[in-house]
Design a protein around this ligand. Structure first.
Ligand SMILES: NC(=O)c1ccc[n+]([C@@H]2O[C@H](COP(=O)([O-])OP(=O)(O)OC[C@H]3O[C@@H](n4cnc5c(N)ncnc54)[C@H](O)[C@@H]3O)[C@@H](O)[C@H]2O)c1
Ligand SMILES: [Zn+2]
Length: 389
């Protein structure tokens, strides 16, 4: 194809030939290679510059939750204004219960009343809820608007902001309605983490411990050695924590960006975390807490199978406890009924074609994925963690 552009005209001359056989199978390309920057910074003005660079002269909508908007969104809006951007603002109520199709529809209705189009950008300012919802809204509007993540929780900065996996919850199951749509970029300002409650920081630590355990003994050692500094929110340590998480997640997802292969170690802890969140009604137990509990259960399964030695098992549970993460039923913030949990887990199994894939740790940085875990093994591990039936 030949194309030439003048100031007003795009002139195209093409000469696509006809197929010899009209019934011959045609291969249509369905994937493209793309990358986006993950930026970690300790300076708000640096964050604003990076955001403004990525947006260029597109129009902007800032999507946030009410709490984050009050704490950081308003200030960010002012700073973006000073950088020449004029975002319009859409907020949702805070909390996991708002990661819903109803809120997505509300956002689409709102967008339809704005002049924003495909080339414009939604800037998601918030935690995983805002990021998952905002990305899903962007992906569904005009066949895919651009969006940029500005995560303000540790879960958002070390995990949810990266990877383009988007979803809203359905009463039947967590993340049931969603898809993939990659962001324009991720800008994590670690200063935002300063206003998080300790419980939210710890929930984020669960996703970092997950990455360390499945893929990086170095990251594990960093977390172990710097636990005090991390608990004290030392900004240098937080910056290292977030930067390394981005690098590790980027490396892992590059191997399979659209989850064509369901045997992914990044799901460690999640086979049980999602049912725990579902049976407790999305909210009382934070996602990261549910993941920690799920990792503990998979570690128990591995121990029972003789795949994991007792010392490493103890080390895993000790690091989770160091960040006050639940590994026993009594440490969860809501009662979890064993029978409800098994029923919800069974639903996920059926929805996945009859297989649940459990990630069993063998050592720090080493796992196996097992789809042959029996009901009896699951019950035993749950029992061991204090879940009753
Ligand atoms: N897409 C992915 O790959 C991925 C990965 C991990 C988690 N997730 C999803 O992310 C969600 C959990 O994310 P989350 O833990 O960030 O939850 P969240 O977005 O609900 O944020 C937790 C709470 O912190 C508040 N908050 C946010 N930033 C704050 C700040 N800087 N200071 C004070 N308060 C602040 C929020 O208003 C909210 O009340 C779950 O729905 C989970 O499924 C998605
Ligand atoms: Zn998660």
């Amino acid at each position: 194809m030949n194309q030439s552009m003048t100031s007003e005209l795009l002139h195209t001359r093409d000469a696509i030939g006809l197929p010899e056989d009209p019934e011959a199978t045609v291969d249509a390309w369905s994937s493209r290679e793309d990358s986006y920057p993950i930026i970690v910074t300790r300076s708000l003005s640096d964050a604003v510059d990076r955001i403004a660079d990525m947006i260029g002269d597109a129009s902007v909508a800032l999507l946030s939750d009410e709490r984050v908007y009050e704490l950081h969104g308003r200030r960010l809006l002012d700073e973006l204004g000073a950088a020449g951007l004029r975002p319009t603002v859409f907020t949702i109520a805070t909390g996991e219960a708002n990661k819903s199709l109803d809120e997505a529809v509300r956002a689409w209705n709102w967008l339809a009343d704005t002049p924003l189009g495909r080339r414009d950008v939604i800037v998601n300012v918030g935690g995983g809820v805002v990021i998952d919802l905002g990305g899903w809204v962007a992906s569904g509007y005009m066949r895919g608007m651009q969006y940029l993540n500005v995560p303000t929780t540790l879960v958002g900065q070390v995990d949810a902001g990266i990877g383009g996996k988007l979803a809203v919850n359905h009463p039947r199951a967590k993340n049931l309605i969603g898809g993939f749509h990659q962001p324009l970029g991720v800008v994590s300002h670690v200063g935002f983490l300063g206003t998080l409650e300790p419980r939210a920081i710890n929930a984020g630590m669960a996703e970092t411990i997950k990455k360390a355990l499945i893929a990086s003994p170095d990251y594990w050692a960093f977390i172990e050695h710097n636990a005090d500094r991390l608990l004290g929110r030392d900004e240098h340590a937080m910056c290292h924590l977030v930067g390394a998480a981005g690098a590790i997640k980027a490396e892992l997802i590059a191997r399979d960006p659209y989850e064509a292969d369901s045997r992914r170690t990044l799901g460690f802890g999640h086979a049980l975390a999602h049912p725990v969140e579902t049976v407790t009604g999305f909210g009382p137990i934070l996602h990261g807490e549910a993941v920690a509990f799920g990792m503990g259960i998979e570690a128990r399964m591995a121990l029972a199978r003789g795949l994991l030695d007792r010392a490493t098992f103890d080390r895993i549970l000790a690091l989770l406890s160091r960040f006050a993460l639940p590994t026993r039923a009594s440490e969860l913030q809501a009662h979890v009924d064993g029978r409800d949990l098994l029923a919800a887990t069974e639903k996920v199994r059926l929805a996945r074609g009859g297989f649940l894939r459990w990630v069993l740790p063998l050592d720090i940085g080493e796992t196996v994925i097992a789809d042959d875990v029996t009901d009896r093994e699951l019950r035993a591990a749950l029992n061991d963690a204090g879940i009753t039936f």
